[in-house]
Design a protein around this ligand. Structure first.
Ligand SMILES: [Zn+2]
Ligand SMILES: [Zn+2]
Length: 370
């Protein structure tokens, strides 16, 4: 009798979960590789523009940076060893890490960008697309002169970890007037809004105010597998490029077509992240026969969990107004449209997609031809 009761109780729990919970079915994935869709008109390149090797203060040989990037499904990297600091055990030529990596990446599907970190003071800058990282002018005593030397090589310069506590004890990105002048002059074109786990709202403000390119990097010194596997990922910049080449990356950076993927959130402009949201999902909707309940099945083929809040007039039959469209899973929500309609719109606030400082993305899923 007791066994029968227990069995019945379990059955009721299972049935009620299926009937009333926002159901999620895991589709399984290759978790080692980034799985992020392209958007109309652009390739979505997964990039990390800030990392170190044994040639400065990192602990791995350049080969490893190339292999890690390919193993994680990155499209482009820049090895950015400190241009003024060289470990004494290795050759004193700042071009060497790039040359080693280039040779190793030769027949592999990876874009390698020559770069360096200008870091003689506590304010650091990365210069991408340099022609020569061994140029002495990059090591001048004044930050502005070092930045000018990088620009002379037609580099793309961005401000690194701008709220680093080694200099800014409150952990905030300051409004540094000297750097703001360089932003206005086009000498600093981007800023790391995210570096590793760090996010700086002040940097995000500067992006909006001075039309900078938003950058997010790992700044990895150690071994990626130890730091991120199995269930984390490094912070990366998504570059929306017309072509998968060094020039394609440069063109996109110059035109601010980037977003950041850090932890479980995305940061970037709405005109890029909205298409990324929709390209990540397949949405199918149909009415349950004889009811005004519209069953919406959302298949998410991307790595992103979208944490949503229902802001529309229509409520859900299964669950409350908060729900997550889980990565690599099918999520079902049942919308009470009160009568059978030929189409409707579901207004959502996507909490973990930040389109401006403190502002989450709003959008509408529009269903037609029901
Ligand atoms: Zn640094
Ligand atoms: Zn660094």
């Amino acid at each position: 009798m007791m066994k029968k009761l227990l069995f019945l109780l379990t059955l009721i729990i299972i049935i009620s979960k299926v009937a009333y919970g926002q159901s999620v079915h895991d589709l399984g994935t290759d978790s080692a590789h980034f799985q992020i869709p392209d958007i109309p008109g652009y390739y979505t390149l997964k990039c990390d523009f800030h990392m170190h090797t044994v040639f400065s203060d990192g602990v791995v040989w350049p080969h490893i940076r190339v292999d890690e990037a390919i193993g994680e499904g990155l499209d482009a990297i820049s090895i950015t060893d400190h241009v003024e600091y060289h470990r004494k055990e290795v050759e004193d030529n700042h071009m060497v890490p790039y040359e080693i990596a280039k040779k190793h990446a030769e027949d592999k599907d990876l874009i390698l960008i020559l770069g360096g970190e200008i870091s003689a003071s506590r304010d650091h800058f990365n210069a991408l697309f340099l022609k020569n990282t061994d140029e002495p002018a990059l090591r001048d005593t004044l930050p502005a002169k070092r930045i000018a030397a990088a620009n002379k090589q037609e580099a793309f310069v961005f401000w690194n970890h701008p709220g680093w506590t080694a200099k800014y004890k409150d952990g905030n990105c300051p409004r540094n007037e000297e750097f703001i002048e360089l932003m206005k002059a086009g000498q600093i074109k981007g800023i790391e809004v995210c570096n590793g786990d760090g996010y700086w709202e002040g940097a995000h403000d500067l992006v909006q105010e001075f039309d900078l390119t938003l950058i997010g990097n790992s700044d990895i010194h150690g071994v990626s597998a130890y730091q991120y596997q199995p269930d984390k990922h490094r912070t990366i910049t998504l570059v929306f490029a017309r072509e998968k080449t060094v020039e394609g990356v440069r063109e996109a950076l110059l035109n601010h077509r980037t977003a950041i993927y850090q932890g479980d959130h995305l940061i970037g402009p709405e005109d890029l992240l909205k298409p990324l949201f929709f390209e990540s999902l397949d949405i199918e909707t149909e009415y349950r026969e004889g009811t005004s309940l519209a069953r919406m099945t959302i298949t998410n083929n991307s790595d992103f969990d979208f944490m949503c809040e229902n802001k529309s007039l229509f409520k859900f039959y299964n669950g409350i107004h908060f729900f997550t469209i889980k990565a690599h899973a099918k999520t079902t929500i049942i919308v009470k449209t009160l009568e059978q309609l030929s189409g409707f719109s579901l207004d959502l606030l996507v909490h973990n997609v930040l389109v401006a400082p403190g502002k989450s993305m709003e959008l509408a899923i529009t269903v037609e031809d029901l």
